[in-house]
Design a binder for this molecule. Structure first.
Ligand SMILES: NC(=O)c1ccc[n+]([C@@H]2O[C@H](COP(=O)([O-])OP(=O)(O)OC[C@H]3O[C@@H](n4cnc5c(N)ncnc54)[C@H](OP(=O)(O)O)[C@@H]3O)[C@@H](O)[C@H]2O)c1
Length: 426
């Protein structure tokens, strides 16, 4: 049987689960993968007390990256600075890399893959997107003969859990977030999940694979779910949609748009049915149409499963290293992908006010597909304002933001207006 000698740095949720799996039940990987994976050294700054297994532990993580007997350096500490330094040192020492670090790959992927290529080693990063659901493998292997046109994914389990609770149990955003934290699904500081950063990082990694763009998280437009209210959830339901946080990427004439925003998804789309903390990714290819991947997107065991799958791949010679010398497709600077939009506004309860709003849409050449006056809400004085929902025709993000500003500046409009995309699935 083949053997693979590894060093693991980071013994938190994911590192702990990887070490547990490989130490306590190596038979499954040996039987399924035909490889004996040996942990030669673990890097843990707290030392042996943090690693309750019979493995050598060093408190000096750099020592692991330089261990001459190790074939693969497994980086599971997270963050960018130290992780990058450790990976670069390991690559220069001729080691293959496996990492779950989406923050690092989505910002420094190009540099790291170039370095890996120069040194003839592999970087496995399956665990960086959708945890235990093998979406990177799908893109790099199963769909290798296809041109991807677009992808749409629910890539953050925490936000999906919160939106599911708001939809299924009428929870408020704050209560749903608290429940997610109590269950260990959301971090004590959930900012990067809730504001869309995490999903955007993952979307930029998918874009590099699907559309041959640079790994460039800064080119991804994104927003969070903080502004979604129970009214939006209710109106979406009434109109036949679920609200999901959707990471979306598409390519048209070599120009790529990638984004991650709360989005209305029609109930007849598979993505609208993905509940709780689950992840799903729909990939639409030119010749075969849509394929959909569904499963757990995070958690120690699912993420460890992806890390170990990468180790087995590396033992089999891995994939060709990503070709960073090929001409890359570029991101669109204008955010010009067009979507139908949902606008939620409160309009003065007086003759002609709604007509004035609709004439503004006409003036901007934006069609209105539906304009619905909703029942008054408890927090609005019906004498003064009425809630109105408008579904517009397809417009770009720039057009939508300009429209938002114009509506908000009207004296007939109360408070800030909300707008969300509607997913245009084929
Ligand atoms: N958790 C998930 O479900 C999940 C899913 C997909 C991807 N990931 C990715 O997997 C990676 C690890 O996540 P995790 O949830 O396992 O994190 P975690 O539980 O916080 O564990 C991080 C580990 O790295 C160590 N570490 C952090 N900074 C260090 C430093 N400067 N020097 C030395 N050791 C350091 C920590 O040591 P101490 O214990 O001493 O602090 C801990 O052992 C991250 O890149 C994350 O984005 C996680």
């Amino acid at each position: 049987m083949k053997s693979l000698k590894i060093g693991v740095c980071g013994v938190g949720n994911v590192g702990g689960a990887v070490i547990e799996n490989l130490t306590l039940s190596p038979d499954t990987v040996e039987f399924n993968g035909g490889v004996k994976i040996e942990i030669l050294q673990v890097g843990a700054r707290k030392g042996k007390s943090a690693v309750p297994y019979n493995v050598e532990v060093s408190t000096d993580l750099m020592e692991v990256s330089q261990n001459p007997d190790i074939d693969v350096f497994v980086e599971l500490i997270g963050g960018c600075e130290l992780a990058k330094e450790l990976i670069e040192k390991s690559i220069k020492n001729g080691k293959n890399i496996v990492t779950a670090n989406k923050a690092l790959i989505s910002t420094h992927g190009d540099e790291l893959f170039n370095l890996a290529k120069e040194n003839g080693v592999q970087i496995g990063f399956e665990a960086s997107v959708a945890g235990g659901t093998p979406v990177i493998k799908a893109l790099r292997e199963g769909l290798v003969a296809n041109k991807v046109k677009w992808f749409a994914g629910i890539l953050n389990g925490t936000t999906n859990y919160i939106l599911s609770k708001m939809t299924d149990e009428n929870s408020s955003f704050e209560d749903a977030l608290k429940q997610a934290q109590n269950l260990g699904l959301a971090e004590a500081d959930p900012t990067m999940d809730v504001d869309g950063t995490d999903a955007a990082q993952k979307a930029s990694i998918l874009s590099a694979l699907a559309f041959n763009t640079p790994f460039d998280f800064s080119s991804v437009a994104y927003g969070g779910i903080e502004k979604i209210s129970s009214d939006d959830i209710l109106y979406a339901e009434q109109l036949g949609y679920s609200i999901k946080h959707i990471a979306y990427g598409s390519i048209e004439n070599g120009e790529v748009n990638v984004s991650a925003y709360p989005t209305f998804v029609s109930k007849d789309q598979l993505l609208s049915q993905v509940g709780q903390q689950m992840n799903a990714l729909e990939i639409y290819c030119e010749d075969i149409g849509s394929t959909v991947y569904y499963g757990p997107g995070a958690g120690p065991k699912p993420t460890a499963s992806a890390v170990i799958a990468d180790l087995v791949d590396i033992s089999n010679g891995g994939w060709p290293v990503l070709d960073n010398n090929s001409k890359k497709n570029q991101f669109s600077k204008q955010g010009n992908e067009k979507f139908s939009r949902y606008f939620n506004l409160e309009v003065k309860n007086e003759a002609g006010a709604i007509a004035k709003v609709s004439s503004l849409f006409a003036k901007k050449d934006i069609s209105i597909e539906a304009l619905i006056q909703k029942e008054s809400k408890q927090n609005i004085d019906p004498q003064n304002y009425v809630p109105v929902v408008i579904i517009s025709g397809k417009i770009s993000d720039l057009q939508a933001l300009a429209m938002l500003k114009e509506i908000e500046s009207m004296e007939e409009i109360n408070k800030s207006v909300k707008q969300f995309r509607i997913h245009n699935a084929i």
